[in-house]
Design a binder for this molecule. Structure first.
Ligand SMILES: *Cc1c(COP(=O)(O)O)cnc(C)c1O
Length: 372
């Protein structure tokens, strides 16, 4: 029997740090401060340091980490927020759930990220009376979006930039690893993300101390200095102490895991580049490889061949948001969304995690090459 190849190997990571995880969880059970115990603030400090930002605010999920900054900026009905259509639904959902309008923008074929030209056209296009307020740039599959150009468009048009870094925490753009890109950055600790916990969790990163205070109030029902004095309408969106304790242990090995993910990606790139379209990393950027995603006109045949070899693969995303029933009624960039529509038919994500062994990777590579 050949060893099964997992798509993401959380068990290998767990085995690596099991005693530390057990001790961390036990310590929370012992002290009993399950909500906003000391591990939460400790983790927030370490997370901000890792991201090279001044502040981090932990919350209940990556989706809430998108909603909280939008709420803090007062975004709601009548407002337009520009989002890529080639992303997970949560990006647009955070806008729509506040009563604001997501406006769908196309992506670049080589980076899978928001196309600044499509964004520019959408911002200056007819918004039917909506008030343009913000851009959510998504760092798809672990690679930061083009924050340089997106930032210029935002400045010219007085828009906020929210960085959806659910898949890219720890990556860099313009030569710096930073959570600073954009006015605020959101991340997710969903178990399958590069930095995941054992349940739901998320965080917002910011350099702005006043904004930090608003986010901290919003995540606890909009409380003021007194717990029973609500000064704004907020949410219940806290990160559990146990999850913070787990994340403290995972953050210790995260740098090493990012390096391992990059070794796996480099090996895929070298051996697959003559057979399929492999991901491109722009100069000055790094990826944390939440996914390793190839493009091929033979996508379905490759996926079937992998399946026959008992090798898992996944399609992120089978349909862009603007064709999904919940989102098909929202406005679209004037230049169209053809790239996203084409990508959804060509993309295939291969097993990617820091613990992928070379012999397992060779089996994946051989199967892709034989069917490309
Ligand atoms: C996972 C993800 C989210 C949502 O994170 P949750 O923690 O699952 O709520 C948002 N945006 C993107 C791009 C994601 O991949």
């Amino acid at each position: 029997m050949r060893k099964p190849i997992p798509f993401i190997d959380l068990a290998a990571q767990r085995a690596r740090i099991r005693p530390e995880l057990d001790a961390a969880i036990k310590s929370v059970l012992d002290h009993g401060r399950f909500i906003h115990g000391p591990e939460v603030a400790e983790f927030e400090n370490q997370l901000a340091e890792f991201a090279r930002t001044k502040h981090a605010v932990a919350c209940a999920s990556g989706t809430d980490a998108l909603i909280l900054p939008l709420l803090a900026w007062g975004i709601g009905p009548g407002d337009a927020v520009f989002v890529p259509t080639f992303t997970f639904s949560a990006t647009a959902e955070a806008v729509a759930v506040l009563g604001a309008t997501p406006v769908f923008v196309d992506v670049e074929p080589d980076t899978f990220n928001m196309d600044p030209d499509s964004l520019k056209a959408a911002v200056s296009g007819d918004l039917g009376g909506l008030n343009p307020r913000a851009i959510i740039a998504v760092d798809l599959f672990g690679l930061p979006a083009n924050y340089t150009r997106i930032g210029e468009i935002a400045t010219e048009n007085g828009l906020k930039v929210l960085a959806d870094r659910a898949q890219s925490f720890g990556a860099s753009h313009g030569g710096v690893r930073t959570g600073k890109l954009g006015d605020a950055a959101s991340t997710s600790f969903f178990p399958a993300k590069p930095l995941g916990c054992y349940g739901d969790g998320g965080a917002v990163l910011t350099d702005d101390a006043d904004f930090l205070q608003i986010l901290k109030s919003l995540r606890v029902h909009g409380q003021g200095t007194d717990k029973y004095d609500a000064v704004r309408v907020g949410l219940n969106s806290r990160l559990d102490t146990i999850q913070a304790a787990i994340l403290i242990e995972k953050l210790k090995i995260f740098e090493d895991e990012i390096a391992a993910r990059n070794r796996v990606a480099t090996r895929y790139n070298e051996q697959l580049q003559n057979s399929v379209s492999v991901p491109t990393i722009p100069d000055g950027s790094t990826s944390v490889w939440a996914q390793y995603t190839i493009r091929s006109g033979n996508r379905d045949a490759i996926a079937a061949a992998l399946k026959a070899e008992e090798i898992p693969s996944a399609i992120y995303y089978r349909a862009p948001l603007h064709v999904q029933s919940a989102y098909e009624g929202y406005p679209r960039a004037t230049l169209g969304l053809e790239v996203s529509e084409r990508l959804s038919m060509e993309v295939l994500s291969l097993p990617m995690h820091p613990y992928l062994e070379p012999d397992a990777q060779d089996r994946i590579i051989a199967t892709v090459r034989a069917n490309a």
